[in-house]
Ligand binder design. Structure first.
Ligand code: NAD
Ligand code: ZN
Ligand code: ZN
Length: 389
């Protein structure tokens, strides 16, 4: 089959690889119809997540048709259309019982690696480095889906791939980012990053009752989308001092909650950005926390900082004094996607959310390298690339 492979830092290639096979009784094989490129894939390709190996198949946002099932998969039949959540979860361990699916204790065969870096391991993830299990990803023609009796959700007849594809990751992720803010009537929420995750965090914060959402980025086309499609007010951080602007827009108190939808490759300007780039290049810190620091400093006393942007390792100049002295709450996590798929599917069906607004590019799988290039460099007004296998 054809698959999108990591071929070294900044190099992605679509090549022929062996077809996946059923390995365990709870596996299914899915013939992929639609898959997407995520900001998390950029962290891998840019070389910021350790343990990627040349030839690894990328991709964790995918859906398609079931073509084979293992003997213990009773809930799926060949021919059914499914969308697959990015964390791999067994459904029965302690974490899964608490619906903390991205923390599944049974799905990461390389837990020992993650334990060295993080103390404890999280779940296995499709196409997301050997730290999270070394599973083949879904930017391919087929994928093996472990624990297929738990993860994949059947797609109701009549719904397009585009309507449901983002239930695999970014819609639940944006929603969880907003849910972690514990939004109360009248709250103002600020969102750093107007990528796909940021857009869905904005939409979700408004759905969950935020009175106003203020979104921050530097690309005018992304800020326009945040304003016109998602319903936010916006700040371009290249034109305006974000902390001053947020104070002014919130009567001096700061937003009630701040969502980091940027993660470890944040961009910035001024001496702090130069410092972070140097520290990261020297491997003194693994992640540039420019947006996170700003989100912490901006948040009102007693407010919540919700981190859905991905961080890999260690950061420098973490403003713990601001967090401690001002009683901030920090909540974070890889999304527990399984928990949100059905409720969000209902919100799509009843018209509360139309997730298709973020799609700017639809390409054949063969053009994945081009998709990575425009998504990474924010070229051609690219917001989200869907690949058709
Ligand atoms: P993206 O690259 O499209 O979006 C990131 C946006 O952040 C860009 O528009 C960029 O201009 C903006 N940005 C950079 N520096 C900034 C700064 N200092 N202030 C404000 N904005 C800034 O990526 P995406 O697909 O939207 O993903 C966003 C993040 O969410 C990534 O870190 C990704 O790994 C993460 N993610 C997490 C989960 C999860 O389960 N927690 C799931 C999916 C994605
Ligand atoms: Zn993703
Ligand atoms: Zn589990």
């Amino acid at each position: 089959m054809k698959a999108t492979c990591f071929m070294g830092r900044n190099t992605v290639q679509v090549t022929e690889v062996p077809d996946p096979k059923i390995l365990n009784a709870r596996d299914a094989i899915v013939k992929i119809t639609s898959t997407a490129i995520c900001g998390s894939d950029l962290h891998l390709v840019d070389g910021y997540v350790p343990s990627m190996i040349r030839g690894d198949i990328l991709g964790h946002e995918f859906m398609g048709e079931v073509v084979e099932v293992g003997s213990q998969v009773k809930n799926l039949k060949v021919g059914e259309r499914v969308v697959v959540p990015f964390p791999i979860a067994c459904g029965v361990c302690g974490a899964c019982q608490k619906e903390a699916y991205s923390l599944c204790e049974n799905s990461n065969p390389n837990a020992w690696m993650a334990e060295k870096l993080w103390g404890h391991a999280g779940a296995g993830v499709f196409g997301y480095s050997h730290l999270t299990g070394g599973y083949a990803g879904g930017q391919a023609e087929y994928a093996r889906v472990p624990f297929a009796d738990v993860g994949p959700m059947k797609v109701p007849d009549g719904m397009t791939d585009e309507q449901v594809l983002f239930l695999s990751d970014i819609l639940p992720t944006g929603y969880m980012g907003a849910e972690m803010c514990d939004i109360q009537p009248g709250d103002i929420v600020a969102v750093w990053g107007c990528g796909p995750v940021g857009q869905f965090a904005i939409v979700s914060a408004l759905l969950l009752g935020a009175e106003r959402v203020i979104a921050i980025d530097r690309f005018p086309y992304r800020l326009n989308m945040a304003r016109e499609k998602a319903g936010a007010e916006t700040i371009n951080y290249e034109e305006t001092d974000v902390l001053d602007a947020l104070k002014e827009m919130t009567g001096g108190r700061g937003p009630d909650a701040c969502i980091d939808a940027v993660g470890m490759e944040a961009h910035g300007h001024g001496p702090m950005y130069v410092y972070d780039r140097a520290m990261q290049a020297a491997r003194v810190e693994t992640d540039r926390a420019i947006a996170l620091r700003e989100a912490i400093m901006a948040c009102r006393n007693g407010g919540t900082v919700s981190i859905v942007g991905v961080y890999g390792g260690f950061i420098d100049k973490f403003p713990i004094g601001s967090v401690m002295n001002r009683s901030l709450t920090i909540k974070t996590g890889q999304c527990h996607v399984h928990r949100y798929m059905k409720p969000l599917l209902e919100r799509i069906q009843n018209g509360e959310i139309d997730p298709t607004f973020i799609i700017t590019h639809t390409l054949p799988l063969e053009q994945a390298p081009f998709g990575y290039e425009i998504f990474k460099n924010k070229l051609d007004n690219c917001e989200k690339v869907v690949l058709k296998a």
